[in-house]
Design a protein around this ligand. Structure first.
Ligand SMILES: C[S@@+](CC[C@H](N)C(=O)[O-])C[C@H]1O[C@@H](n2cnc3c(N)ncnc32)[C@H](O)[C@@H]1O
Length: 198
């Protein structure tokens, strides 16, 4: 199973405008695009990938929303994904616990932080790759099975969070240009497909 973990600053409540997803720096548009790039092929959901969107920002402590191939009734457009993010955040409004809560269509949400998610994945025995412009070239990296690719939003991953993952993994680069997070996910999926990595 391939896993993506997106660190996103922006909003932790459902109070964002579906007609203006980038509004006021909340950048739900970035989260939605990353989910689409991670999970969809042209006419089907990928069966080999899941993505954790770890949301930071006002007004609540962090929330993690998990999209897996078991999800139903979600289409690969930003608005549809944003509607489900809103439903998930609504369901978890005011909660501080770290139990997973599952929505009717299989999307899960919890109060887990980024480091909680990384620890959970480390316990599963996954290997970690932090996407960063100044990492080692992906062409020189052997990607092991059950890889976890960690990436940041438009402003990148905070240093302390990155350092936490780097205790378990390494920095990987797609080149020195800074690409959109969702584009990085598409490229990683293409590389893993070509290398036959599960
Ligand atoms: C738009 S970039 C953020 C750039 C931000 N200015 C920074 O300093 O991190 C969003 C995320 O995509 C990933 N990324 C962008 N370009 C990359 C590259 N060339 N190689 C690897 N990862 C990249 C990184 O994880 C980054 O945090």
């Amino acid at each position: 199973m391939r896993t993506f973990v997106l660190w996103s600053r922006g909003i932790t409540s459902p109070d964002f405008n579906l007609n203006d997803l980038p509004s006021s720096g909340k950048r739900i548009d970035i989260v939605a695009r990353c989910i689409i790039s991670a999970l969809w092929l042209s006419h089907a959901l990928r069966r080999d990938t899941r993505i954790y969107a770890v949301l930071y920002g006002a007004p609540e402590p962090p929330k993690t929303v998990l999209f897996t191939p078991e999800i139903k009734r979600v289409s690969p457009d930003e608005r549809s994904i944003a509607i489900w993010l809103k439903k998930a955040l609504n369901k978890h409004r005011g909660r501080r616990d770290k139990e997973w809560v599952t929505l009717s269509n299989g999307i899960k949400i919890s109060g887990k932080s980024f480091q909680d998610v990384i620890k959970e994945l480390a316990d599963e025995g996954c290997s970690f790759y932090v996407l960063h412009e100044r990492g080692k070239s992906i062409e020189q990296i052997e990607i092991k099975e059950n890889p976890v690719f960690v990436l940041g939003d438009h402003k990148g991953i905070p240093k302390n969070e990155e350092a936490f993952v780097l205790r378990k993994g390494e920095r990987v680069s797609l080149g020195r240009k800074s690409y959109l997070s969702s584009f990085c996910i598409s490229v990683i999926q293409w590389i893993c497909d070509n290398r036959g990595i599960k």
